[in-house]
Write a protein that binds this ligand. Structure first.
Ligand code: UD1
Ligand code: CA
Length: 455
């Protein structure tokens, strides 16, 4: 049976107190609405319709994609009115309604819900809560079947005592939906067209409303303010931490670990506290990450060690290599195997072949460094002339003395040596020594200045 999904995302989110549309507020670095869209995609619907209103242009701009149909709801007249805006575009057998500000809903819960939905049966996701304040209440008949949903503001005291609440998520037969939406009225406590009124109409038409519950209540929790947003963030982070631990990662403290993106891990990976992984991060077996590291869009190969306080972005760290503490690897940093990058080293667009050592206080930009080459402390590639960037190419088994300035474009051939303190501006041939510094002068009997006595 075919499926289409409608995501409601037109609401203002006043309580966020923000210029950013509510559904663009991020959980784990990704807009809430993007989480919902990604989960919707896992159900392989025919199409996804997103009803937008407040900040419509910003939302569309950020999330535009071929499989999305954005529908603008000019005025937010209620959830029923919102779905009605998408109705003319619908053609599948079943329509699943999701919410842009309920980001943690998961595939298995929705799959269980959809199992119950057919052309003759609605499927409603409900949640039983100790305190269901604010939620629509599920009204069941004597037979235990769902008869209606009553909104909190329209409910009698007896109805308010019901603890089974409406999550808002439901799946309805498309062929009936448009008729029901057309019959909605806004004569209720909020003067809104309630989608929830569709339930009683369906029951009146002789259809059954089946129910399912989420695996965890947080899956159906919306974010109306930044406090709820923070709660969702913590829950989500805990969920990822557990998944990674189940896959063979040791997290020294799962409560002090954040993922803002997609992480793939091998086995026996060890991650110390306060590590943030962003974007796409691939971590192979036996990698160790020290405390306070930020690692974004990077690959850490087998047995690599990232020491405390290192910042990596767009880096590829080879097997058995070690980085840090206090290293900064910027985009295009490629370390092959057994490379050593020590403290206060910055790399950008730099390819370091097997066994290269860059131990201390160095900047290598737009560079290619041959295998086993040693870069002395305090070496700087002068890769930028104020207008263009140039490459520094260093061969295998080179020894760069300490405190060198390598003025690009420049080639330093295999086996060459440069003296400490050199400014290298021209090619250094194979196995040669280049010394580019002022010759030392010695002045015998040098008199130091003396302190002038004050009278
Ligand atoms: C709704 C349900 C309630 C349920 C609760 C769960 C209705 C009438 N009530 O109430 O039974 O327990 O969700 O959180 O459906 N939206 C639009 N356009 C509109 C109105 C709303 O896009 O015109 C979107 C909002 O952006 C939001 C969602 O629909 O994402 C829910 O709207 P909201 O006003 O928060 O509904 P509730 O009053 O919470
Ligand atoms: Ca709500």
């Amino acid at each position: 049976m075919s499926l289409e999904i409608v995501i409601l995302a037109a609401g203002q989110g006043t309580r966020m107190r923000s210029a950013l549309p509510k559904v663009l507020h991020p959980v784990a670095g990704k807009p809430m609405l993007a989480h919902v869209i990604d989960t919707a995609r896992t159900l392989a619907p025919q199409r996804i319709h997103v009803v937008i209103g407040h900040g419509a242009e910003k939302v569309r701009e950020q999330l535009q994609a071929d499989d999305l149909n954005f529908v603008v709801q000019e005025q937010q007249l209620g959830t029923g009115h919102a779905v009605a805006q998408a109705a003319p575009f619908l053609s599948a057998d079943r329509v699943l309604i999701l919410y842009g500000d309920v980001p943690l809903i998961e595939h298995p819960t929705l799959a269980r819900l959809l199992e119950q939905a057919s052309a003759e049966q609605l499927a409603l996701l409900t949640v039983t809560l100790d305190d269901p304040t604010g939620y629509g209440r599920i009204i069941r008949g004597a037979d235990g079947e769902v008869a209606a949903i009553v909104e909190q503001k329209d409910a009698s005291p007896e109805q308010r005592a019901i603890r089974e609440g409406n999550t808002g998520i439901l799946c309805v037969p498309r062929a009936r939906l448009e008729g029901w939406l057309g019959r909605l009225s806004n004569s209720n406590a909020q003067g809104e067209y309630y989608l929830t009124d569709v339930i009683a109409m369906a029951v009146g038409d002789g259809l059954r409303v089946a129910t399912a519950q989420p695996a965890a209540a947080m899956e159906v929790q919306g974010a109306n303010d930044r406090i709820q947003l923070a709660e969702l963030e913590r829950f989500y982070q805990q969920r990822i931490a557990r998944r990674l631990m189940a896959q063979g990662v040791t997290l020294l403290d799962p409560a002090r670990f954040d993922v803002r993106g997609e992480v793939n891990v091998g086995r026996d990976v060890l991650i110390d506290v306060n590590v943030i992984l962003e974007g796409r991060v691939d971590i192979e077996d036996n990698v160790q990450i020290g405390p306070n590291c930020v690692i974004k869009n990077s690959t850490l190969r087998r047995g690599a060690i990232i020491k405390a306080n290192s910042h990596l972005e767009g880096a590829d760290v080879g097997a058995g290599s070690d980085v840090g503490p206090f290293a900064r690897l910027r985009p295009g940093s490629v370390l092959r195997d057994q490379v050593h990058v020590g403290n206060f080293v910055e790399l950008k667009n730099a390819l370091l072949h097997d066994g290269v050592k860059v131990g201390h206080l160095t900047y290598l930009g737009d560079s290619d460094v041959g295998a086993r080459t040693n870069i002395g402390a305090g070496t700087i590639t002068c890769n930028y002339d104020g207008a263009n960037k140039w490459r520094t190419v260093i061969g295998e088994d080179v020894f760069i003395g300490s405190n060198n300035s390598l003025v690009a474009p420049v080639d330093i051939r295999a086996g060459a040596t440069t003296g400490a303190g050199s400014t290298i501006t021209a090619e250094v041939p194979e196995k040669a020594l280049a010394v580019g510094r002022a010759k030392q002068r010695v002045i015998e009997g040098w008199k130091r200045p003396e302190k002038i006595k004050k009278s």
